[in-house]
Design a protein around this ligand. Structure first.
Ligand SMILES: *Cc1c(COP(=O)(O)O)cnc(C)c1O
Length: 363
């Protein structure tokens, strides 16, 4: 890592690969001989058209997206998609939501506004979302328009490691905080979506990957800019897209393809980083992780000392040691280390060294 940068454990916006930042710096004033920055370019220009098409193609390559899926880059972030999903996918007006944390709860609440029937088909709220529900705890409607899950629960630090069986009902997944962290079988989903600012790009857009047969059902109420069918026809350019974040996204995808060598390698790196941290947490009584083992996220690792004052001290001292954003979300308290793709292994190792030191001094 470059000398004057710090290990940033932010849940999002979060670290970007230095290779990407350096490339963007190099391109800043004169992109590819165009005489201008990507920020200053018409989104209708030939130069920009190549950038957005490359981003789409590279995402297809990285995630092995089948041909019968469209890729969209839309404004409004993941929260915008909480609204856009019911407005685009409702046919009968009944959908199932599995509530495993704050964001899936938010998506559920939003769907209730627009659907005849948004059902909670399962939740672990009574256990403060410390695990993902089992299949036999789900009450799924076989005639639902879709089943919605949040695949990685950023705030609580849990992850769906086995997808729910939904039969013929399309599975819709908010992958904001785990997209590009490991390979996924896209064909198991009807829709994958996520905000860009965790693993893909700076803040500014949501990506939507949607199976073709789910297009064409948008409600008349659906805002045109969030109409998936219209945006698929317009290649995400109904209006001005977030041009610069999409450009950075393409650089991140090139980094995954060329520097990392694809998502299998990315996963290997991520599992190694997370295991270092979880193994350490298990080796000590000083820190506790509330998350059930089989539900652990490899992107967001939550832990606490069990003493709120000590947690505060930990966060304050971590800043003095050159780390930032280790404070847990206010809904959970304690600490959270978000270790997305761009967090180097050295960052996790340095954090563990600090944790050991803090334990020694405060036991
Ligand atoms: C961050 C996050 C969101 C919210 O994303 P915005 O782009 O800020 O709307 C939604 N879902 C999950 C899982 C997230 O991690």
């Amino acid at each position: 890592m470059l000398e004057n940068r710090i290990y940033n454990f932010s849940a999002g916006p979060s670290m970007l690969p230095e290779e990407v930042l350096l490339k963007a710096q190099k391109d800043m004033l004169n992109y590819n001989g165009s005489g201008m920055s990507v920020m200053e370019m018409s989104h209708r220009s030939k130069v920009y058209d190549k950038i957005i098409c490359d981003a789409q193609e590279n995402l297809r390559k990285v995630l092995s997206i089948p041909d019968n899926y469209k890729v969209l880059f839309l404004q409004g972030g993941a929260t915008g998609m909480f609204t856009a999903i019911p407005l685009n996918l409702a046919r009968t007006g009944s959908a199932d939501y599995i509530v495993t944390g704050n964001f899936s709860g938010g998506a559920f609440k939003e769907a209730k506004k627009y659907l005849k029937e948004a059902r909670c088909a399962g939740t672990t709220e009574s256990e403060n979302f410390t695990r993902i529900p089992n299949q036999d705890e789900l009450d799924l409607n076989p005639d639902a328009d879709y089943v919605h899950i949040c695949e990685n629960n950023t705030i609580f630090g849990t992850k769906w490691h086995t997808l729910p069986e939904t039969g013929n009902v399309p599975l819709v997944a908010d992958m904001s905080s785990c997209i590009l962290s490991e390979p996924v079988d896209v064909s198991k989903y009807g829709v994958i979506y996520g905000g860009a600012q965790k693993n893909m790009a700076p803040a500014g857009f949501a990506v939507v990957i949607i199976r073709d047969d789910l297009l064409g059902n948008a409600s008349d109420l659906c805002p045109k800019i969030w109409n998936f069918t219209v945006q698929a026809d317009k290649n995400s350019m109904l209006n001005t897209p977030p041009t610069y974040p999409i450009y950075i996204c393409n650089l991140v995808l090139e980094w995954i393809l060329n520097d990392i060598g694809g998502l299998e390698n990315m996963k290997k790196r991520n599992v190694e980083k997370a295991s270092l941290l979880y193994d350490y947490l298990e080796s000590t009584d000083f820190y506790k992780s509330a998350v059930q083992k089989d539900s652990r996220s490899i992107m967001n690792v939550t832990f606490r000392t069990g003493d709120d004052e000590l947690d505060k001290k930990f966060v304050a001292e971590s800043v003095e040691h050159g780390f930032t954003n280790l404070k847990g979300h206010r809904l959970v308290g304690g600490m959270r280390a978000s270790i997305y793709n761009a967090m180097p292994r050295e960052g996790v190792e340095a954090l563990i060294e600090f944790m050991k030191e803090f334990e020694k001094n405060n036991k």
